[in-house]
Design a protein around this ligand. Structure first.
Ligand SMILES: [Fe+2]
Ligand SMILES: [Fe+2]
Length: 408
């Protein structure tokens, strides 16, 4: 098969991206397109981009709603350490050991998946201007030929760059015509103007309040942001999409609330980032990690992940700050003598933007202005749920609720 590979930040995915994909397929140059959201892009590090899992799941949602069977999304870059160059991605994705199972998983029959494939790097004409300055351009071309969109008005620059690259690398560049759509992700992001985006993309951004929430990072240090970005990539293989996106939402909301209530936004961001890190570990593993942190204090299966998360924060991320570790340990139960940080993580966990419980409106309104009242409403709703289900509150939760003035 002829396979086009289309890498990018997709922050967010817009109609320009979709037209490029459609144009490549309609031109008859390729059979399928594989879209590859970057994870650690060399040119856009740290806060310049939204964390990779958001961009990956957003791209996946848009591609699966716009295309049926010939465009797929690859998460290959999540398995790379450090900065990723296009050449590394091509080296791995073109290997039979990756591409055959990937195609089969996406519904391509085994026989076709195992054919000898030819690969193309799908790009816009602007890429050709600087292609020779990429990391190892000759090796890039040894894996994939360039397949470039040609838009009206591109001609002179495009033809000049094609002949220049042919002289430098001896490569032919395949061209196809594309309807020009002028959209730039950075403009959309900066203006938070999501109206001109594909429907699935708009829904995703609205569900996670993405480009508003990400501004919380402005109140955090580079060091805390670095841990936040690293944890997002590291948790990708260990948490389901829903849980990971929830986690990322909690971090951002916790950092925002910390800023409003005058406490350290870094601590809130880190506690939020790791609060559910153990949630999908096997239960016995959670139990043994929890024991290290809090002995036998928690034995209910639903509570183990909280102290186990503190264990992961200590051992995998080197967190030693007791306030952060406690906020993770008590994020499900609360505790007597809860700190402002404890309350913020507890509340953010229940009201982050993708939560759909029915009674969140008032808690969300109060959260930035009256933290204790918002937490009290949240705890009342938890107590009601326990009562309805006939479940006992943990003693530390009872202490927490009494101190909030809740009559049990
Ligand atoms: Fe949790
Ligand atoms: Fe959570």
């Amino acid at each position: 098969m002829r396979i086009a590979l289309f890498g990018g930040s997709f922050d967010p995915v817009h109609y320009g991206h979709l037209e490029l994909i459609r144009g490549a397929i309609l031109s008859g140059s390729v059979d399928i397109v594989i879209v590859i959201p970057t994870v650690n892009n060399n040119f856009k590090r740290g806060r310049a981009l939204t964390p990779a899992p958001y961009r990956y799941y957003m791209t996946d949602a848009v591609i699966s709603s716009e295309f049926k069977k010939n465009v797929f999304v690859s998460d290959i870059e999540f398995s790379f350490d450090g900065i990723t160059y296009t050449v590394n991605t091509l080296r791995q994705i073109t290997k039979d050991s990756y591409i055959i199972p990937f195609l089969i998983k996406n519904g391509i029959p085994g026989e076709r998946a195992a054919e000898r494939h030819s690969f193309f790097w799908l790009c816009g004409s602007d890429i050709l201007r600087d292609f020779d300055k990429w990391h190892k351009p000759a090796e890039v071309l040894s894996y994939a030929a360039l397949l470039c969109a040609k838009r009206e008005g591109d001609e002179s620059d495009l033809l000049y760059n094609c002949s220049r690259l042919k002289e430098l690398f001896g490569c032919d560049i395949a061209l196809f015509n594309m309807k020009g759509i002028d959209q730039a992700s950075s403009d959309i992001r900066n203006r938070n103007d999501i109206n001109a985006l594909p429907g699935a993309c708009r829904d995703f951004i609205a569900t996670h309040d993405l480009y508003n929430a990400i501004r919380s990072l402005d109140n955090c240090s580079d060091k805390a942001c670095d841990l936040y970005y690293r944890s997002a990539v590291r948790m990708y293989p260990t948490l389901s999409s829903k849980r990971l996106l929830h986690t990322l939402n909690v971090d951002l909301l916790a950092a925002k609330l910390a800023h409003y209530h005058g406490i350290d936004a870094d601590k809130a961001l880190i506690a939020g980032a790791l609060h559910d890190s153990a949630k999908e570990y096997p239960i016995e593993e959670q139990r043994s990690m929890a024991r290290e942190i809090s002995g036998d204090m928690f034995d209910h299966e639903k509570l183990l992940h909280s102290p186990a998360g503190a264990y992961i924060a200590m051992h995998d991320y080197g967190i030693t700050d007791q306030e952060i570790l406690d906020a993770i340990t008590y994020h499900t139960t609360g505790r007597g003598g809860a700190t402002t940080l404890d309350k913020i993580v507890y509340l953010a966990d229940k009201i982050e933007p993708s939560r759909t419980y029915t009674d969140l409106t008032e808690m969300r309104r109060l959260a930035p202005v009256d933290l204790d009242e918002a937490v009290r409403l949240c705890a009342i709703s938890v107590a009601d749920k326990f009562r309805r289900k006939g479940r006992e509150l943990h003693p530390v939760t009872s202490d927490f609720m009494r101190e909030l003035g809740i009559v049990l």
